[in-house]
Design a protein around this ligand. Structure first.
Ligand SMILES: Nc1ncnc2c1ncn2[C@@H]1O[C@H](COP(=O)(O)OP(=O)(O)OP(=O)(O)O)[C@@H](O)[C@H]1O
Length: 68
């Protein structure tokens, strides 16, 4: 039996432990596998976001934080 731990990846980010939880999301520690930089990744609970009609708010927040 293998004991190798498979780390979950999202694109170039390798996910680590959960560092926080909010009403609509979980925030996980992650590492940029290209630069080694530590980052925080927010994983939204799609059902909760849709249920509370927060799509517009999430879209605006995303636009404000996305680098062009
Ligand atoms: N960039 C970050 N770096 C480190 N920890 C973070 C970061 N962003 C969020 N967290 C942690 O994750 C938790 C949840 O964050 P999130 O933004 O989802 O919810 P919140 O705004 O704190 O609460 P709510 O959504 O319920 O109003 C935070 O309380 C904080 O502990």
């Amino acid at each position: 039996m293998s004991t190798t731990k498979v780390k979950r990846r999202v694109g170039k980010y390798e996910l680590g432990r959960t560092i926080g939880e909010g009403t609509f999301a979980k925030v996980k520690f992650a590492r940029d596998t290209e630069t080694g930089d530590p980052v925080a990744i927010k994983i939204l609970d799609k059902e909760k976001v849709l249920k509370h009609k927060m799509v517009e708010q999430v879209t605006v927040k995303h636009q404000l934080t996305t680098k062009f």
